[in-house]
Ligand binder design. Structure first.
Ligand code: PHE
Length: 452
């Protein structure tokens, strides 16, 4: 029998666990900081509310009807009257994204685990560790050290995954997600007591209109479009669209589940965490006058510097990296799950064998990416090492392409069936749902490609 979720809350927390990860806690705050704080937040909310939610609902419903892996799903819902190329291209792209993204994701989650340990040692005063730019540099230039952390994360993920959907993924999410929310809320409350943090809260909540394109010279379309596409890309990534995760998680749902409501929970929790994470990062950075214009190193270099000077900063630092690690771990296992399911259903592997195979392929790929990233071997394409290249290809092209294929299929071929699977549809919902799948999402995705 196919695996199924044990409870509704388990499903919601597992899906939220997939959605909440590095995208929310690492990327969102710096993207928002670089792009006008409140302005970015506003556009992001619109993207999630008018597009993201509907795409998530549709993909969960598609998986739920298909009840199979992401390659056979296309044929199964159409009673075989559909060209096998849908599965080959849509499913093939899914697999491609899944392995490319996971080989980068696993490296970054390795950094977070190493920071958890470093922050722990720092807290108990051991080793005289200072968590600063040089620590990050030493870590990211060492092949063997990163390999160690990658392997550690994979072993943890592997243990959870072999346990299965209900006793592995679901159970872990049931414990970890409440812990994550609790930590996050406590940390935000803490920030209110840091002198000078008010400026940061304010920056996050004030839309800087010029960043939205409203300048004294008139409305700047390009600026507005740029911001929208950035926010839409972030929404896709954050909601775990583009790698078959939602499809597979939906396929484990019991008959009669209320998908619309669950999807709403996931979207709300995911967005809330991105905002709360920013409510830690912004005030921290502003309280120490470090400026808003920092990129990816914000989390690993600037924040530790800030935490170090705060009251109770050492505990705070540990809590922050534990938070980041927990979020990333539940996302990582979700990235592996569609491939594991595929190996089980298409190749007849046991769960054990499927997990081992997927992790081995991922490890092989991660080793190559790591070698290129640390310049152990000279492997560059388009002037980028593989870490940046994979991130760029998937983020700019292939995830979008895959969602486009799914949208066209869901919108033009199975929209009525999807709607039948959703509860209490008002006529407006029906119209907007099919409009989004048929026109709006494909349009935005195509503009995204062209602008790239
Ligand atoms: N949503 C995850 C995050 O925010 C990343 C992810 C993308 C996970 C796609 C699974 C699938 O970190």
């Amino acid at each position: 029998m196919r695996a199924q979720w044990g409870s509704k809350i388990g499903f919601i927390l597992a899906t939220a666990g997939s959605a909440i990860g590095l995208g929310n806690i690492w990327c969102f705050p710096y993207l928002a900081a670089q792009n006008g704080g409140g302005a970015f937040l506003l556009i992001y909310l619109l993207c999630v509310g008018f597009l993201g939610y509907f795409l998530l609902t549709a993909k969960l419903a598609f998986g739920h009807i298909a009840q199979t892996n992401f390659i056979d799903g296309f044929q199964k819902v159409m009673d075989k009257k559909v060209s096998p190329w849908w599965g080959r291209i849509g499913g093939g792209l899914t697999l491609f994204n899944l392995f490319l993204v996971s080989s980068v994701y696993v490296i970054v989650i390795g950094w977070t685990l190493s920071y958890v340990i470093a922050a722990g040692k720092n807290l108990i005063g051991q080793d005289n560790i200072t968590i600063d730019a040089s620590l990050f540099k030493t870590l990211t230039s060492s092949y063997s050290e990163q390999l160690f952390w990658i392997l550690s994360c994979m072993v943890v993920a592997g243990f959870i995954l072999v346990k299965g959907v209900k006793s592995g993924i679901e159970k872990v999410s049931l414990y970890m997600m409440p812990l994550l929310f609790g930590l996050l809320v406590l940390m935000v409350l803490w920030m209110f007591f840091i002198p000078g943090s008010g400026k940061g809260f304010l920056y996050l909540l004030t839309p800087h209109w010029e960043q939205l394109g409203f300048s004294p010279q008139g409305f700047q379309w390009r600026q507005f479009a740029h911001l929208t596409l950035l926010a839409f890309g972030q929404a896709i990534y954050s909601l775990s669209l583009g790698m078959g995760v939602c499809f597979i998680y939906g396929s484990y749902l019991k008959a009669g589940s209320n998908i619309k409501k669950s999807a709403l929970w996931v979207v709300v929790l995911d967005t809330l965490v991105a905002i709360l994470a920013s409510m830690i990062v912004f005030p921290a950075v502003f309280a120490f006058d470090l400026g808003s214009n920092q990129g990816p190193t914000l989390t690993f270099i600037t924040l530790p510097f800030v935490f170090d000077q705060m009251i109770g900063g050492k505990i705070f630092m540990l809590a922050f990296f534990v938070l980041l690690f927990l979020g990333a771990l539940t996302s990582l296992i979700s990235i592996y799950e569609p491939a594991i399911n595929l190996a089980m259903e298409k190749l007849g592997f046991s769960r054990w064998k499927a997990t081992l195979s997927v992790l081995t392929i991922n490890l092989g790929l991660a080793l190559i990416v790591l070698a290129s990233f640390t310049q152990k071997i000279h492997l560059q394409l388009l002037d980028k090492d593989l870490f940046d290249l994979f991130d760029y290809i998937t983020g700019t092209y292939t995830m979008g392409a895959m969602i486009l294929i799914y949208c066209i299929f869901m919108g033009w071929k199975i929209c009525p069936r999807l709607l039948q699977n959703l509860h209490n549809n008002t006529p407006f919902f029906k119209r907007y749902f099919s409009f989004t799948l048929k026109w709006l999402a494909p349009f935005v995705l195509i503009v995204l490609f062209l602008s790239a």
